[in-house]
Design a protein around this ligand. Sequence first.
Ligand SMILES: Cc1cc2nc3c(=O)[nH]c(=O)nc-3n(C[C@H](O)[C@H](O)[C@H](O)COP(=O)(O)OP(=O)(O)OC[C@H]3O[C@@H](n4cnc5c(N)ncnc54)[C@H](O)[C@@H]3O)c2cc1C
Length: 463
Amino acid sequence: MTTNPPDDAVQALRQRLHGELLHPGDEGYEASRTVFNAMVEKYPSLVARCTGAADVRAAVTFARENDLRLAVKGGGHNFAGTGVCDDGLLVDCAAMDWVRVDPDSRRAWVGPGATWADVDHETTAFGLATTGGLVSDTGVAGLTLGGGMGYLARKHGLTCDNLVRAQVVTADGEVVHASESENPDLFWALRGGGGNVGVVTEFEFDLHPVEPELLAGPVFHPYEDAREALRFYREFTAEAPDELACYALFARVPPEEPFPEAVRGEPALAFAVCYAGPLAEAETAVEPLREFGDPILDAVQPMPYAALQRSFDDGSPEGHRWYSKSHYLAGLPDGAIDTVLEHTDPFPGPLTQVGLEPMGGAISRVDETATAFPHREAAYSLGIWPGWADPDRDAELTAWAREFHEAMTPYATGGVYANYLDRDEPERVRAAYGGNYERLAAVKADWDPENLFRVNQNVQPSA
Ligand SMILES: Cc1cc2nc3c(=O)[nH]c(=O)nc-3n(C[C@H](O)[C@H](O)[C@H](O)COP(=O)(O)OP(=O)(O)OC[C@H]3O[C@@H](n4cnc5c(N)ncnc54)[C@H](O)[C@@H]3O)c2cc1C
């Protein structure tokens, strides 16, 4: 693999691009190479800040012809930092952040540099939405290609279940479309197979009506009540209608109003709820959650969907150090709750989050072979996410997450969400694609036999 392509080839690429071609030291280079997780420090030799499919096509062709490592960056939020690489060429899609909505057909066309803030802003202007992630500056591209969990997933399916068509630049530099009727194998692989089969240059999503205001928000309980609260959560989520999504999140109480001064900065268990339906129905459905226990704060209230989608942003700031360990859980037996409590007391790190995300509903009604995303039967996804600033704490906090994760293994399905894998888990990549791995490898062999797209949770093309 060459890391320095000939100057004349670089000049020819520069002329083919509408966007900028940057070298280390150029203005904008740092912004392009920097990703959400400060644990990831990578330095590509070249950055192509692409403005459309033509630029992506030129960049992909250049990387292939010059035998360069190729990374593709959407929102840069991947924990493992697979949106950037050392040496090689980075395709930065940040400038491709358009969102266009057709309210009549209830469709949105979204560029691969858009964030969920961009999408929610445009779609909710028409009273529409699709499933997106809980932190608004997460990229649409990586989240969709890995699956996509969010408040609306139990009602409307994963983000990838709402993808109806994509424009894709393939490894041989062609621009193709993928949908149920065009290149269906490629379309299948895009929905859960990560960035393994091509660079998506436009996503087309199904949209759904969303109320002007949803009953949503967090209820914070003191850490001391977490055992009873999680037992309650288990029952509450088991009986929940599709409209109701309730996350359980251990985190520190924010150091600000309206939280009581005495508990600011202390660990707590927050239930973050959203009812994706009319407010009157929502009151009844959410009532048991609001009546349980003696919360520190009940901030559940009617709010616009786009505001809900921004409400966790402050707790997950960019530029800090993060590590991710994850399991899918089949359920939440007492033993699992005990294990969670054993590993969250003491609660390490200033920004650490431990989250249970609800699955089920519409997610589980899609056959596990219908898309490349296989984890349709899980009850919850468990995320263990230490977050901190001081590099001297790297070893301590990653060790904490690993031990906690290991202790939860008896309660896990064996699967894992590809988007929650970190850099040090190559042996779990097969588990991320589960029973769909072999088919993904076969599609990969058709569309990317040389494994040009390998800076991701990588699927090896089948022989
Ligand atoms: C704070 C935070 C909150 C999160 N919340 C959620 C959540 O609520 N729900 C959820 O499901 N996930 C969530 N995630 C995980 C998220 O889905 C992944 O981190 C995802 O990879 C982010 O996508 P991105 O485009 O921002 O990342 P990037 O790092 O830019 O890219 C991720 C991967 O996708 C590939 N890729 C990017 N763009 C393209 C493209 N156009 N074509 C082909 N491949 C491409 C990259 O090569 C890379 O391998 C969260 C992550 C963080 C850090």
